[in-house]
Design a protein around this ligand. Sequence first.
Ligand code: AMP
Length: 496
Amino acid sequence: MTHNAKPIAEWDHDTLREECGVFGILGHPEAATLTALGLHALQHRGQEAAGIVSFDGKQFHSERQLGLVGDHFTDPATVGRLPGHLAMGHVRYSTTGETILRNVQPLFAELEVGGIAIAHNGNFTNGLTLRKQLISQGAICQSTSDTEVVLHLIARSKKIASSDRFIDALMHLEGAFALVAMTRTKLIGARDANGIRPLVLGDLDGKPIFASETCALDIIGAKFVRDVENGEVVICETQPDGTITIDSVKPFAPRPERICLFEYVYFARPDSIVAGRPVYSARKRMGINLAKEAPVEADVVVPVPDGGTPAAIGYAQASGIPFELGIIRNHYVGRTFIEPTQSIRAFGVKLKHSANRAEIEGKRVVLIDDSIVRGTTSVKIVQMIREAGAREVHIRVASPMIFHSDYYGIDTPDPENLIANQHPDLESMCRFIGADSLAFLSIDGLYDAVGGVKRNPLSPQFTDHHFTGDYPTKLTDLNGRSKNDPKMLSLMKEAS
Ligand code: AMP
């Protein structure tokens, strides 16, 4: 979901990245409680705000709050205000620092066809363009979120059935979306044509569920049924006789699925199965491949927790170097990125990690992280490990260098703030970070780890835009504002 906290004219795409998780369940008497639990399992996808909407057969109810799911939705009084057999929810994180309640999802509107709620993980790359068009045609926007665009498009559709109107709206969208929507009788899940963000269909005692990741099914003991396919709209509906039907529609021209590799690198929870592949084993294999590609003589393999842990286990196994928890993470602080400014981010790393001196002192340490984005974490951690007495510090990163920003719902800074674009070569980057050596997993190593395949640009299996700049969709909103990303203009030309 894109959040536009500034007036449109001042729109700055560096402030727009969001990370989100979605969940919905139809036909269960404890729908809101189960949604709260599902959102709790998806908390890693967004920690700034959470919301749940329910329908009790007569009325829609909505609770939207800033903060963690557990801050509000463990309170029986809050969940008590969300009665009904149908509920859906959303967790959200935006980088704006201006998170305001009216932007917290699910968004809800009363339309000609009745009430509809919608929650979005992803980012519309033409959201701003659509929004401008709608406003110029007289639309009044309640929020500064581009997810609201979908509500307007549904409202304007000439189709009769709410699900047809929903599909009609989707046809205008560009970019990445895993959407969950609900009406009085329906729960709908949809993924964009490329399937950039994940969405699964689950089942709890015959009641259908949509969730961003399988970990949200596990927490409530629900069965995994299948992934919602790329370009698929799944419509679950309670019929007048009380039975639930599940229909599938594929409104887009068929394309190969291109799920985002960053789900495997960093975003998804390691116990989730994303597009049929366990995230944990993909991460571990990234570490194994990294050990083969970038071996180093060392005494101990230390993960940057938590993201680097599975890859570090793989690296240790493949290299034969002992694995130790040389860095201890304080779990009572949010992710490094979860603070709004660069200065606080840097401080956040210190709050979050501390060196386990006994395992580090006098040793040659291989530090494993899942990714390097701005470089903030690496600089602080290397300094910390040296201060704890490490003899050598070698960094091995379980993903390739990130040269390109994400425009599909994962928080990344503008290209010029990515460390890979700030240094002419690996050596200079290594010096800046203060390590004795630095190496990244190759793109082939990543493809092999995740899919057991070789990268084939002619028949893409994933989207790897962070590393290659190969964006699978048009980037309409970025047109004319891509001066910081030289590759962008040519790519946009190709895509259009
Ligand atoms: P940086 O400090 O900017 O180099 O960020 C790299 C660190 O942040 C790594 O330890 C990753 O685990 C983590 N990370 C990578 N991508 C993201 C993201 N989109 N949001 C939050 N944290 C991230």
